[in-house]
Design a protein. Structure first.
Lengths: 62, 253
């Protein structure tokens, strides 16, 4: 169907519309994964700090 | 036999407890990622190398392979989210409300992608990024419903009240989903009908349909993987004072 790479990239003159649609979907999914992973890291760090504060009540009060 | 069914029922109810569900969800996540990537690769292959060029829209029609799955998932996820929220409201189960909260952002992303890819399809074919067409407008309302659900839950400090208020909003908003679905039948608008693939030649309809189905499965599996990832974070946040959370090896370090 495609005779060359440039023909594939040109998408019959619809390159901007086709690639921005597919590209934005890929970008949105990647960003969402990164957001959830950083949320998980933040939550785990907070839980670890709370646990440490419980283990050493004297020091944390000073 | 009777014993067996009893045990399996017991296991299902045990899964409703966040402490049991958390590790199970963690084990399921890689499985759904693999499925999503596999369906995605197959779907992209069909979208660009198997499905032939469209007689009317040329290569521009290939936007359909992300536009339709995103639109389907935006509607489907809303129903699933409202169902979890409704179960949480009726039975007061903690995990159901957390599931609804975990689904909402993915649904909002899908609705946004549906509108965005629709704009990039509408511009070359209709000559406009946006028209106040019944389908476009009702999909925009769906996007706002997702944002409203997220904002409402975030604005109420008390978790149980936030869950209840969110659930009522989600359930009332369900009325919008059939409006989106039937909008192309009820109103004579610019957006094409649902049976677009049926008007083409049969072989064409087949490969196009396969491409859309594979991409929809990719989006679906992605949505499940993301829901499980996000619900695990929500469980950690909401159950942070429970002993089982403090005994987790990722917390203990």
């Amino acid at each position: 169907m495609w005779n060359s790479v440039s023909e594939f990239l040109a998408m019959g003159g619809y390159a901007l519309y086709v690639w921005s649609s597919f590209g934005l979907c890929a970008i949105a999914f990647c960003i969402e994964v990164l957001i959830v992973r950083s949320q998980r890291k933040t939550t785990l760090r907070r839980l670890r700090q709370a646990l440490l504060a419980d283990q050493y009540p004297q020091e944390s009060r000073q | 036999m009777n014993d067996l069914t009893n045990t399996s029922w017991l296991n299902w109810f045990r899964l409703a407890s966040p402490s049991t569900f958390y590790p199970v969800a963690g084990r399921l996540i890689p499985f759904f990622w693999i499925l999503s990537i596999a369906f995605g690769l197959a779907g992209l292959w069909v979208s660009f190398f198997v499905a032939p060029v469209d007689a009317v829209q040329g290569q521009g029609y290939r936007i359909i392979f992300v536009h339709v799955p995103a639109s389907w998932m935006s509607m489907f996820l809303y129903i699933v989210m409202a169902a979890w929220a409704g179960v949480g409201l009726v039975f007061n189960t903690r995990l159901s409300a957390m599931m609804a909260q975990a689904i909402a952002p993915i649904g909002a992303v899908m609705a946004f992608l549906s509108l965005w890819t629709g704009a990039f399809w509408g511009k070359p074919m209709w000559g406009a990024w946006w028209v106040w067409d019944a389908r476009l407008t009702s999909e925009l309302i769906l996007f706002f419903l997702y944002l409203g659900f997220i904002a409402l839950q975030a604005s109420i400090d008390q978790v149980r009240r936030a869950d209840k208020a969110g659930a009522i909003l989600a359930l009332v908003g369900v009325v919008n989903v059939p409006i989106i679905y039937f909008s192309v039948k009820w109103w004579n608008t610019l957006h094409q009908g649902a049976s677009v693939s049926m008007t083409k030649s049969p072989s064409m309809a087949h490969t196009m349909l396969w491409g859309m189905l594979l991409m929809a499965l990719c989006f679906w599996m992605y949505a499940i993987a993301m829901t499980l990832m996000r619900v695990r974070v929500i469980i950690l946040e909401r159950e942070s004072h429970a002993d089982w959370v403090q005994n987790l090896k990722e917390v203990k370090g």
